[in-house]
Design a protein around this ligand. Structure first.
Ligand SMILES: Cc1cc2nc3c(=O)[nH]c(=O)nc-3n(C[C@H](O)[C@H](O)[C@H](O)COP(=O)(O)O)c2cc1C
Length: 182
């Protein structure tokens, strides 16, 4: 059955390499409806209880929440900043968590999620992926797998992955898509 997959670019950089990786990954999905959410398109103030009390919830947070609610599965490509998720992505999660029920602040009841990351360095942001894998089940995510691409600029030339990494990504995407039909 066709599923609705939301791909999420969790970078606020206009030349995001994580967005490039996400686009390469989504081009490998066939037979499902794929929509991209780039957090750059949903700017929000820095979360604080005071801002929430004074100004309420940003429309952009409501829009993101609605997109999370209406999708069946997620592929998130997340940069690593000092070993953790970028502050802007965490900010989106914090706002959205104020709109949902507290048990499943983001994704709903255990929706399938594939995590991607890349960086110019050799580890490809894997420290952050390990953290996300541990905490995202508390956000209502069922983490199905992950893929970290180190040394982005060596592996992606003229917008194309080298053969070895391309095959690895193909396998990761195929494995994730398979879990959706079970
Ligand atoms: C504040 C800051 C901290 C960073 N920390 C890390 C890090 O801990 N690990 C890493 O692999 N790369 C780190 N980087 C480099 C990022 O991987 C690099 O900027 C990458 O392009 C971010 O992904 P993006 O282009 O999708 O935003 C850091 C970059 C910045 C600006």
């Amino acid at each position: 059955m066709m599923k609705k997959i939301l791909t999420v670019s969790a970078s606020n950089s206009k030349n995001s390499i994580n967005r490039t990786l996400l686009e390469l990954a989504s081009s490998k999905i066939k037979g499902h409806a794929v929509t991209m959410l780039d957090i750059r398109d949903y700017p929000m103030p820095f979360f604080s209880l005071d801002t929430e009390e004074n100004d309420g919830h940003p429309e952009t947070a409501k829009q993101v929440r609605a997109l999370f609610a209406e999708h069946d599965a997620f592929i998130i490509s997340c940069p690593e900043h000092n070993g953790a998720m970028p502050a802007e992505f965490k900010n989106v999660i914090d706002w959205v968590s104020r709109l949902g029920d507290l048990q499943n602040p983001m994704f709903g009841a255990n929706k399938p999620v594939l995590l991607l990351s890349t960086s110019p360095g050799p580890r490809g942001g894997v420290t952050n992926i390990q953290t996300l894998t541990q905490i995202m089940p508390f956000w209502g995510a069922d983490i199905k797998g992950s893929f970290s691409l180190g040394s982005f600029y060596d592996c992606v030339v003229d917008g194309k992955l080298n053969d070895e990494k391309d095959q690895e990504l193909t396998n990761v995407i195929a494995g994730f898509v398979n879990t959706l039909s079970i």
